[in-house]
Structures are given as C-alpha cells and as structure tokens.
Design a protein around this ligand. Structure first.
Ligand code: GMT
Length: 383
C-alpha cells in the first residue's frame, strides 16, 4: 500500500483559464503543498499554475499527431497513450479526471489497457457542469458519456444540482459524491487597493464586475443591460474580465448603448482577485451554472453577487443575504435589486460581510479532505 500522505496523483484537466481547469489546478497545488506528488496531464500547462516552479508538481503535455489524413487529430487516443506512460513510469496511485468529456472515456480505456498488463489504477471522475448539462447531452456523445461515468471507480459532482441533473438525464444509478468547489483564502482575500480603485473610478463611481469566458450561456448582454440601468441611477463603471466567442457582440452592444466610456473589457486575467478586491457588485446572470465558482471567488473578496436562480447558484448565493437571485433574463429585477443595494450603504456592508462568511464555508481546508479520503478509499479498494 502506498503512503497515504504521499500519494502519486495524476490530474487530467483542461488547462484553461476558467471553470474545471481552475478547480483541478488549485486542487493539485493544494495537494502538492501537503506532500503528494502531482502529475498534471493536459494539452498545455494549466494557466493557474503560473510561471513558477512548484515542488511536487510536473506537467505532461498531450500532443495529438498531425497527419494529412486527419481532419481532426485523435486527441482521445493520444491522451490514453499519455495516461499509460505517466501511470506506468511515474507509478501513479490514482487518476483523477476533471470534466467527463473525453477524459472519463480515455481514463477508462487506459485502465483497461493497464489491466491487460497486470497493472491496477483507480479512476475518479469529477463532473463540472457543461460536460453534463450541455455538451454531454448531445445525442452524438451521450451514450459514451454515460458509459464512461458508470465505469469510473468514483464519480463526484461540484453541486447537488449537478448530481441530480446527472441522475435524471443519464439515468445512472451509480453513487455521485458531491464535493463543492473551494476557495484558497491565501489567494482570494480582499486586498487593500484604494489607489487602484481610485484610478479606475476617480469620482467614486460604483464598480460592477463580471468574470466569464463570454460564452452564450453566460448571457453577458444581461450584465451590460443591467449596468445601463444602474448607470442611469448613479455614477458607475463596469469591468468585464475574460474573453470568448461573444466578446465582439458585447463590444458592439456597448457602442450601441453609448456606454463605451464607462465599460472596460479587460480580457483574460489570471489574478482576478485584483479586480474582485475593488468590486462593489458582481453580476453573473448565466442561463445555467452548475456551481458558479466565479461568484464564490467574488464573495471571498467580500463582494455581493447578483446571479440567476438556476443550477447550483442557490447552493452558494443566499437570497437577501449575500446577494440576490433573479429569473433568467430579468434585467429589470437585476437592476432594481442592484440599485437598492448600492444605494444603501449599511445594507451593502452587511451583504459584504455575509458574502465573505458564506464563502468561508467553502474554504480549501474544509473541502480538500473530501478528495483525499476518496483517493485513499479508491487506492485501498484496488490493493
Ligand atoms: O462553463 C464554464 O465556464 C467552464 C466549465 C468547465 O467545466 O470548464 O465550468 C463549469 O465548471 C465550473 C467549475 O466546477 C463551475 O464553477 C461552473 O459553474 C461550470 N459552468 C457551467 O455549469 C456553465
């Protein structure tokens, strides 16, 4: 049996700047800091790892072959190959894959191939959101996603909502362990950035922030329309952090509404906590959101949240305490509650305190043991 305090853990994830990539990277960093050896397997170095060397962490890049025949290079196969290599030569104890597509499928196949060579490796799959609620539901992949989830040794989901949605849509009977996303408070605590705030809002304007990957599902247009109403009621600035397919349209909408002087598109930013530290209000009006880590990160920086009342939002954002939850697309309501809150200093301060306290319930030290005990269970069962 491996030493339970020094497991060799393979973390398979997307390297991207948001969502599951961030959770997987922060998890790996925290595990490495506790003495475990972490091997990230991804098509690029995960963004959140940053430029510095980390003890106990290595990155293994997956580079699919190009060949004139391939219009679509076979990523899943190369990923399986990389998993085999890393499991064997780095002597992994467990493979933890984030986002089911295609990671759960590749991990299951790697497990089968390794078993044919007499090697055992448990696979844990963490479902994050669109792998179930959007992409995974497509007929072209749904049976494969269902099968690979069922074959994982353990299945976790980041919210009760996602667990229910997975059971309902895929009709799987396998137990799903809910392990919510978490905050590393060493990173996400409000910084004292008075000078920075003054440079962005020299006339003491209220600062509204939105962070996302600018996909349709995020409904960034609702942020801008809500902001237009807030701006009509008080001096305010809107900071939009992130980038993605909807960005050009959103820039056009700002021009159309004649708001360009009051809205800044910052683009992708690794240290989102810098912006969240000067925020008065965070708006995330998504059509669906399995958890809403971006909202929780805002709350960790003492910023109240206006979200929709869908998906996992009600599990983190408490109506009338840490923010407000509105119907999808109800820009009138979003603006009304925002203006009321921003106009009431005492209430706003109370919401700031509540948001911070709520976020503390999701602190890294509370959540990490759930993953560690699952790894141990999986490792013990296979030996
Ligand atoms: O949709 C995204 O923003 C990315 C996506 C992912 O899996 O990469 O994010 C999902 O996972 C996050 C981390 O668990 C959750 O906080 C997001 O709510 C979830 N996104 C959606 O459900 C739309």
């Amino acid at each position: 049996m491996p030493d339970k305090n020094k497991l060799n853990i393979g973390i398979v994830c997307y390297p991207t700047y948001g969502g599951s990539g961030v959770v997987a990277t922060e998890l790996g960093l925290a595990l490495a800091a506790k003495g475990h050896s972490i091997h990230f397997i991804s098509y690029r170095q995960p963004e959140r790892l940053g430029p510095h060397y980390h003890n106990n962490i290595s990155v293994h890049e997956v580079r699919p072959q190009n060949y004139p025949l391939f219009e679509f290079p076979p990523y899943e196969l190369t990923l399986i190959g990389k998993m085999l290599e890393v499991v064997k030569f780095e002597k992994l104890d467990v493979l933890h894959v984030h986002y089911a597509i295609p990671h759960a499928f590749s991990a299951y196949n790697a497990k089968l191939i390794l078993a044919s060579e007499g090697l055992k490796i448990p696979v844990i799959t963490t479902l994050h959101g669109t792998d179930v609620t959007l992409v995974g539901k497509d007929n072209s992949v749904a049976p494969v996603v269902k099968y690979s989830m069922e074959q994982s040794d353990y299945l976790t989901a980041v919210s009760e909502f996602l667990k229910e949605e997975t059971h309902q849509f895929f009709g799987i009977h396998k137990e799903i362990h809910v392990i919510p996303n978490f905050i590393d408070f060493d990173k996400f605590s409000k910084k004292q950035f008075a000078h920075f705030k003054t440079s962005i809002a020299p006339n003491d304007e209220k600062i509204i922030v939105h962070v996302s990957n600018f996909r349709k599902v995020k409904r960034v247009q609702d942020v801008i329309k809500t902001f237009a109403k807030i701006k009509a009621a008080m001096p305010a600035k809107l900071l939009l952090v992130g980038d993605g397919p909807e960005r050009s349209k959103m820039e056009a909408l700002c021009r159309e509404l004649n708001l360009c002087d009051h809205i800044r598109f910052i683009g992708k930013l690794s240290a989102v906590e810098d912006i969240l530290s000067i925020a008065d209000l965070f708006i995330l009006p998504s059509e669906t959101e399995s958890f809403g880590l971006a909202a929780l990160e805002a709350m960790a920086c003492e910023c109240p949240v206006i979200s929709t009342n869908v998906g996992g939002f009600p599990e983190i954002n408490i109506e009338g305490k840490t923010g407000y939850l509105t119907n999808i697309g109800d820009v009138e309501k979003m603006a009304e509650v925002s203006i009321n809150l921003l106009n009431n200093k005492e209430l706003h301060n109370q919401f700031r305190v509540n948001a911070f306290k709520r976020a503390q319930e999701f602190s890294l030290d509370k959540i990490l043991p759930f993953y560690e005990s699952l790894y141990l269970k999986a490792v013990e069962e296979i030996h």
